[in-house]
Structure formats: structure tokens, C-alpha cells
Design a protein around this ligand. Structure first.
Ligand SMILES: C[S@@+](CC[C@H](N)C(=O)[O-])C[C@H]1O[C@@H](n2cnc3c(N)ncnc32)[C@H](O)[C@@H]1O
Length: 255
């Protein structure tokens, strides 16, 4: 399935790539390991500077507002800033902070997160989560879903909704193709200079459209209900859960 979804236009189908980001490359190659660290640091810095880390924490906590001591799993945590904010803002939340990349996990375990008694840090693949069913109230996967090709992305939806009551995916929006071309054109000159922009361009080309996200959830399991929010000028948010969605959410939509 194209990243633009089953109904993607011809142009939209051209605006995608299988090229790997630095973040997806092998850490054993020293130059790639250094670039990966630089991208992770840039993500942490931009998340703090532009307020997206706090915005993502608000989105995540809103999904467990009725749970007294929520157990939260962060997948693809990268640098751990989102988990750190969740811990700061919620006095009794317990966090399992994970990433598929061993170097990222080691760095998070070596910082304040690793010393927090409410935190467990370990390596975990979002497509094969090593936890029993319903272990968590919430799983959150921020700015990472586009790293997964479609079959793996469907597995992550299936796994996230298996181990957690709700799976919140927050990711880059996929703009309409003309706007997408403009976004890419503004970034392309900086690709050779900045590893962060190199990964940003590939991320943009690998971002999923709303129709792709709906198709992936349906492929994962037709019993998974998804609510989609945001997009275009803000990150797109998917709240996925098995069974009926919360009838009290006025903006909730079920496909
Ligand atoms: C762009 S970074 C996002 C980091 C952080 N969540 C943020 O919001 O800035 C993507 C992260 O997803 C991780 N990742 C990629 N594939 C993954 C997978 N299959 N399971 C878990 N994490 C994965 C990468 O190692 C990387 O840390």
C-alpha cells in the first residue's frame, strides 16, 4: 500500500521512498552512529524549543485522565523527553520507556530516567512487544510510526492495542501533494549540511496519510477502532483501541 493510502494519486505515489534515515542505519558504523546521535539531540532540542514535547504529553495524558495511577509504555522514545515530561506532570504515572535502538536505550538508562523508581527503561521493538496482553493503560509512539513500512506498521498497531488499553500514535502529517512538494523543496537545500534535515525529508516522504492509517488499522484487525485528529499544520494523532471507543469524546470518530 502506498504511504498516501489505497486512494493515493499518481503524484502522491511518487512522493515516497524506501531510503533509510540515519536513525534507521546500523550503529556499528561510527559515522552513522554519530549522525544518529546528532539527529536524536536535534529532535530533543526542537521538541523542547517548539513546545511539541509538552503538546504530545498533553495528548497522551488526556487519554488516561480517568486512570488514577496510569501505566504508560513509550515506544520509540529516542531521547526520553516525552516520558520525562509525563513523569513531571503526573505524580503517580509509571513509565516503561523503550526504543528499538540499543544506543538510545543505553543513553536513556544512563540519565535521570534510569534512576527514577517509577521508570523502567529497556529495548523493545514496537512491532513485537515483549509484554502480556493489557499490561498498560496507554502506549504512546511519537514521531516514529513513519519509520515502519506498511506491514510492520500494521503489526505495531496490533501489538500496541494488544498490550495497552489505548495506543496513541503521533506523527508527521502527510500534506496534499502540491503542499508536500513545497515542504520538500524548502528542506532539500539543507540535506547535505544537516543530518536532522536529511532524516526530515525522508520522514516526510514516508509519512502516512489518514486513509493509509485507517487501512493499516483495518488490516491489523477490523475490531480495532481508530480516531484520527490533527494533520496538515499540526501533527496527526491516531488513538487506536480494541472494542468500542469512548462515547464521551465528542470529536471521536470510528472507522
Ligand atoms: C524520529 S525518532 C523519534 C524520537 C522521539 N519519540 C521523539 O518524539 O522525538 C524515531 C525513533 O523511533 C525508533 N524506532 C524505529 N523503529 C522502531 C521500532 N520498530 N520499534 C521501536 N522504536 C523504533 C528509533 O530508534 C528512534 O528512536
Amino acid at each position: 500500500m502506498p504511504r498516501g493510502g489505497p486512494d493515493a494519486s499518481c503524484l502522491d505515489r511518487l512522493l515516497q521512498t524506501d531510503r533509510l534515515e540515519y536513525l534507521d542505519r546500523d550503529s556499528d558504523v561510527p559515522v552513522d552512529a554519530a549522525r544518529k546521535r546528532s539527529v536524536i539531540r536535534a529532535l530533543e532540542w526542537t521538541g523542547g524549543w517548539f513546545g511539541s514535547t509538552e503538546r504530545f504529553a498533553e495528548i497522551a495524558l488526556a487519554e488516561v485522565e480517568n486512570v488514577a495511577d496510569p501505566k504508560i509504555l513509550e515506544l520509540g522514545a529516542g531521547h526520553g523527553a516525552l516520558s520525562r515530561t509525563l513523569l513531571d506532570w503526573h505524580p503517580s504515572a509509571r513509565l516503561t520507556v523503550t526504543d528499538v535502538d540499543a544506543a538510545n536505550v543505553a543513553a536513556m538508562a544512563a540519565c535521570d530516567l534510569g534512576e527514577n523508581p517509577r521508570v523502567t527503561v529497556h529495548e523493545m521493538d514496537a512491532t513485537a512487544i515483549d509484554a502480556p496482553d493489557a499490561s498498560f493503560d496507554l502506549a504512546v509512539f511519537a514521531l516514529s510510526f513513519h519509520h515502519l513500512p506498511p506491514a510492520a506498521a500494521a503489526r505495531a498497531i496490533s501489538e500496541g492495542t494488544r498490550v495497552a488499553g489505548k495506543l496513541v500514535v503521533i506523527d508527521l502529517p502527510r500534506p496534499p501533494s502540491p503542499l508536500h512538494l513545497v515542504r520538500l523543496a524548502t528542506m532539500l537545500p539543507f540535506v547535505p549540511l544537516l543530518p536532522f534535515v536529511h532524516d526530515g525529508v525522508i520522514s516526510s516522504l514516508r509519512s502516512y496519510s489518514p486513509s493509509a492509517l485507517r487501512a493499516l488499522a483495518a488490516y491489523a484487525d477490523p475490531a480495532i477502532a481508530v480516531e484520527l485528529r490533527g494533520g496538515l499544520l499540526s501533527p496527526q494523532v491516531v488513538v487506536a483501541q480494541r472494542g468500542a471507543p469512548d462515547p464521551l469524546r465528542p470529536n471521536g470518530q470510528r472507522w
